[in-house]
Design a protein around this ligand. Structure first.
Ligand code: HOZ
Length: 425
């Protein structure tokens, strides 16, 4: 028995499913989770001493690689001054100033502790601002695990085949309307059915929790027009795309303006952070300025802010990092596409910048229904092949693959070779 197996056995006795977040149980890929004890650069090391080239990157935030020296130093220095104050600090102001001065449409921002919290709070702000109750989300998009959003969500619920979570009373989801990703007419129908009741529409500008599903031309622009026409708040959930597609996230990448934006762990360089921000008139509804209540002792935590500020400062000062990362993504996923095209295994490769995903189906994947057609047992076989050669992919078909600035072309060429062995044996 490996140490990972031994620890997982103990874990299952005291933690539901042995894990603190379902996808990492490796259930859908039929493997035992590797117990990670260290991470450096582009690599993870497990308790048995095996090293893996990491394509999860803590689900995105490690865009500069693990244990980046400047971030490490910022965190250590912050720790020396205490771990949590539950009080206002200069650093959280610097963080807000940095984001508000560089990202379009973010005039005010509030720090929270996770993407889930950011989205839940943004929706509350949108409802408070509009005085309306209904929201539109897309099937297969995941916006964290708050009650109102666990409706045909992506990510772990999709992996586990739980379209609607138990424990969520009907009352909590009765105002959540679902539309089809990349299908503007499905959104239009909802707006026409409830022209004055929809407070907000929330979307992952690149679907990245049903595998990767980029927006088709005109989709995000169409959502913008519909929200403006019907007076609804357009929320971009940029927990994955924010500061990844570019410093200005999906708003900048696709040149579409949102009213509110939500962020996750990337703004804490991997520490537990989230944030929501946007138009001043909406954010001014938030307490203590306005009547929409939202609070948190750990919000703007000094250590998390130090880590996040260090990472965002580097990203802002080095725009070439994004150019290189996106070019690397285009090349890498393009090469996988070429391998797949020569293979007899039915598969398609979706990608956007440094995000990518292989679906094991012949048909194009453009929404939740087409994503679900992927042969997940094939994905599991591919995952195991890669893992056995030291490549750590997302342990689920319905997640994204993340590249970082420190994945080298040589390392990626090695991954292409391994993919070739699987697809063209
Ligand atoms: N559902 C998360 C990714 N979209 C996985 C979180 C985790 O297991 O850490």
């Amino acid at each position: 028995m490996t140490k990972s197996e031994e620890i997982f056995k103990r874990a299952k006795k005291v933690i539901p499913g042995g894990v603190n977040s379902p996808v990492r149980a490796f259930g859908s890929v039929g493997e035992t989770p590797r117990m990670i004890c260290q991470a450096d650069g582009a690599y993870l090391t497990d308790e048995d001493g095996f090293r893996y080239l990491d394509f999860v990157c803590s689900w995105g935030p490690m865009i500069l690689g693990h244990n980046h020296p400047a971030i490490y130093e910022a965190v250590v220095k912050a720790c020396e001054k205490g771990l949590s104050y539950g009080a206002a600090t200069r650093r959280e102001v610097e963080m807000a100033e940095l984001i508000c001065s560089s990202v379009p449409n973010i005039e005010m921002i509030r720090m929270v502790n996770s993407g889930t919290e950011a989205v839940m709070s943004a929706i509350r702000a949108a409802r408070g601002y509009t005085g309306r109750s209904k929201i539109i989300k897309f099937t297969g998009c995941y916006h964290g695990h708050s009650d109102a959003l666990l409706v045909q969500a992506g990510s772990g619920v999709m992996t586990a085949g739980i379209p609607d979570s138990a424990g969520v009373p009907e009352g909590c989801t009765k105002d959540t309307l679902s539309a089809v990703y990349n299908d503007l007419s499905s959104v239009e129908r909802l707006f026409e059915a409830f022209p004055e009741e929809i407070a907000a529409l929330i979307v992952e500008p690149v679907g990245a929790n049903m595998g990767v599903v980029p927006p088709e031309k005109g989709f995000l622009e169409g959502l913008r027009l519909l929200c403006s026409k019907f007076g609804a708040v357009l929320i971009f959930d940029e927990v994955i795309t924010g500061f990844r597609l570019g410093f200005t996230g999906a708003q900048g990448f696709f040149q579409v303006d949102a009213d509110l934006v939500t962020y996750g762990k990337i703004i804490g360089a991997g520490m537990p952070v989230g944030a929501y921000g946007g138009k001043r008139e909406i954010m001014e509804c938030v307490a203590p300025l306005g009547p929409v209540y939202q609070a948190g002792t750990l919000s703007g935590n000094p250590v998390a802010m130090a880590a996040g500020l260090a990472q965002l400062t580097i990203l802002k000062e080095h725009p070439e990092l994004y150019r290189e990362l996106n070019e690397k993504g285009e090349w890498f996923y393009g090469e996988i596409r070429r391998i797949v095209e020569r293979s007899e295994i039915p598969a398609v490769v979706n990608s956007c910048g440094s995000l990518g995903c292989i679906f094991f189906t012949k048909e194009p994947v453009r929404d939740y229904e087409s994503a679900k057609r992927s042969d997940t047992s094939r994905y599991a076989a591919y995952f195991s092949h890669m893992l056995s050669h030291g490549i750590y992919l997302a342990p689920s078909q319905f997640e994204a693959m993340f590249l970082s600035a420190v994945h080298t072309r040589e390392e990626l060429a090695g991954v292409l070779e391994l993919a070739g062995e699987f697809f063209i044996p």
